[in-house]
Ligand binder design. Structure first.
Ligand SMILES: NC(=O)c1ccc[n+]([C@@H]2O[C@H](COP(=O)([O-])OP(=O)(O)OC[C@H]3O[C@@H](n4cnc5c(N)ncnc54)[C@H](O)[C@@H]3O)[C@@H](O)[C@H]2O)c1
Ligand SMILES: O=C(O)C[C@H](O)C(=O)O
Ligand SMILES: [Mg+2]
Length: 520
């Protein structure tokens, strides 16, 4: 009866707050239909309008003025936390800096952790850092609930995060910390990944999920790995994260690292990423920067396609519609099965739609997008788009790290999630040429991914639950399934055993710390 996606979103938020088990029963039984409402694309609209549609607190907000007291504030949280998703709101999907409005993302991702990997809802902590925002329009909006100051400096953010990482791990020693939608997360990942059990989903989860589908796309393309060439539109955290995981795949396929690295041409807002283009390249781009351009610089995506003759076109640029008819037609002319992955979210930022990709490649493209698109008929055949959404891997990475009690999330654990995902398709899905399994089987897929992640943790010796090493794969799968929260086994408790109002820190101890809205 609710006519718009955002009203459906609000209805679901209310349901989760008042009857959490019913919410998860509904979600599990209708995962394909409801994911676009609780996650991309609708969560993007919810974040844009968070200050208008806010009805009740969810998760925990920590503001810059709380620094020095973060450890005590965490004591206000009334639950034993296994996993947190943490954002500073500075790059929410492809929608830019939304400040504390970004809370929709940790809430939405953690709902998927519960639905897809069965992490108990009360063991999840959505966390939003109110470190100011450079979004002036929001700052000046009377309804905006964050502090009305520009974003703190990177140095101040680093100090804040240093304190927070230590505080979270002191409070909950085996907590898994997922960074999400930070504008520039590279220093944070490098800084913390060997010390804490943390990962950055935009860099590593995206890399893994795309490699998972990419392995199947390469097989379906009929072109051997060594003959592929990729143009990436967008050289941010996600783009470079994806390419780094693909390098690893190419190496496993027999290429040297140097050969693998040379297969990528990156384009960012200043053009082709080259060493000689006259600006100071951000550090993360240097690895893939070209030095073989003989002084020539970027003119257009179309010209670059003519020059590189790519087999693969990836979009992580936040530029909706960038893969237009001309671009797609060129890819179709060059390849029997062009690999086209428009990955920017939400749907409005996708570099092309499924329909456009199918139409302009005569239905020959191997396609995956970040946000969902409907299946369509082409030449009398029903074609189903792949959705290279991180929800295929991050729940299993998180659960694998929790169950193995990993001291850190290693690169092998991330790569194992990708490889496990690529093997999780059933016979029918393979026969139908799908790149990703049916999202309705996500719990089964998550078991396979979780097992792969645990095995990699064991191989790297970062597991603290060493007794699991003795289990066979079948025993480990049974153990993982057994451990999963099953909303169908739970009795409804309408007295808000785990309702959002009780889980806001202020409601527990009557203090304002740890719980914005700052000026309420
Ligand atoms: N699995 C997924 O579907 C998935 C996962 C993570 C991120 N993403 C999406 O990827 C996008 C990028 O995320 P990010 O973390 O890398 O952001 P980012 O801000 O770090 O990077 C954006 C990149 O796009 C480039 N860019 C901007 N305008 C451009 C233009 N006109 N032409 C060419 N390049 C341009 C920027 O220079 C930058 O390199 C977002 O839309 C996000 O939603 C998708
Ligand atoms: O989970 C996803 O696929 C969304 C992604 O994290 C994004 O930032 O767009
Ligand atoms: Mg993200």
């Amino acid at each position: 009866m609710k006519p718009t996606p955002i009203e459906k979103f609000q209805y679901l938020v209310h349901l989760r707050a008042t009857n959490v088990h019913l919410f998860y029963r509904l979600l599990e039984q209708n995962i394909k239909e409801l994911t676009p409402l609780i996650y991309t694309p609708t969560v993007g609209e919810a974040c844009l309008r968070w200050h208008e549609i806010f009805t009740q607190p969810e998760g925990m907000y920590l503001s810059y003025s709380d620094r020095g007291n973060l450890r005590q504030i965490l004591d206000n949280w009334p639950h034993q936390v296994e996993i947190t998703v943490l954002t500073d709101g500075s790059r929410i999907l492809g929608l830019g800096d939304l400040g504390v409005n970004g809370m929709g993302i940790p809430v939405g991702k953690l709902a998927l952790y519960t639905a897809c990997a069965g992490i108990r809802p009360e063991a999840t902590l959505p966390l939003t850092l109110d470190l100011g925002t450079n979004n002036k329009t929001l700052r000046e909006d009377p309804l905006y609930m964050g502090s009305r100051r520009p974003k703190v400096t990177p140095e101040e953010e680093r100090e804040f995060l240093d304190e927070l990482m230590a505080a979270l791990t002191d409070k909950w020693p085996s907590i898994v910390i997922q960074f999400e939608d930070f504008k520039n997360p590279f220093p944070a990942l490098e800084r913390y990944q060997n010390t804490y059990t943390m990962f950055n989903d935009d860099v590593q989860g995206t890399g893994a999920v795309i490699v998972g589908g990419f392995i199947n796309a390469v097989k379906a393309s009929g072109v051997p790995a060594k003959d592929h060439r990729a143009i990436f539109l967008g050289a941010g955290s996600a783009g470079v994260g994806v390419a780094k995981q693909i390098v690893e795949y190419f190496i496993k396929e027999g290429l040297t690292e140097e050969e693998a690295r040379r297969k990528f041409w990156f384009v960012d807002s200043n053009g082709l990423v080259t060493l000689d283009r006259g600006d100071k390249l951000a550090e993360h781009k240097v690895y893939f920067a070209r030095n073989d351009n003989n002084g020539r610089q970027y003119q257009s995506l179309a010209r670059l396609i003519d020059f590189v003759q790519p087999t693969i076109l990836m979009g992580l640029s936040t530029i909706g519609g960038a893969f237009n008819r001309d671009i797609l037609t060129r890819m179709a002319a060059l390849n029997e099965r062009p690999i086209i992955f428009p990955l920017s979210n939400p749907s409005s930022k996708s570099e092309c739609t499924f329909e456009e990709a199918v139409r302009h490649t005569d239905g020959r493209c191997l396609f995956a997008s970040g946000s969902p698109f409907p299946a369509m008929e082409h030449d009398g055949k029903l074609l189903t788009p792949g959705q290279g959404n991180n929800m295929y891997v991050f729940p299993g990475i998180g659960l694998g790290a929790i169950i193995s009690q990993a001291t850190s999330v290693t690169q092998d654990m991330i790569y194992a999630s990708a490889e496990s995902l690529s093997t999780s398709l059933n016979k029918q899905e393979v026969a139908d040429g799908w790149l990703y399994p049916d999202i309705r089987r996500i719990r089964e897929v998550s078991v396979i991914v979780t097992r792969g992640v645990i095995r990699a943790a064991q191989k790297n010796g970062v597991d603290r639950a060493t007794e699991l090493r003795e289990l066979s794969d079948a025993q480990l799968d049974a153990y993982i399934r057994e451990r999963m929260y099953d909303p169908f086994q739970e009795k409804d408790n309408l007295s808000r055993e785990f309702g959002q109002p009780l889980t806001s820190a202020s409601a527990v101890n009557g203090v304002t710390n740890g719980h914005t809205p700052a000026h309420l």
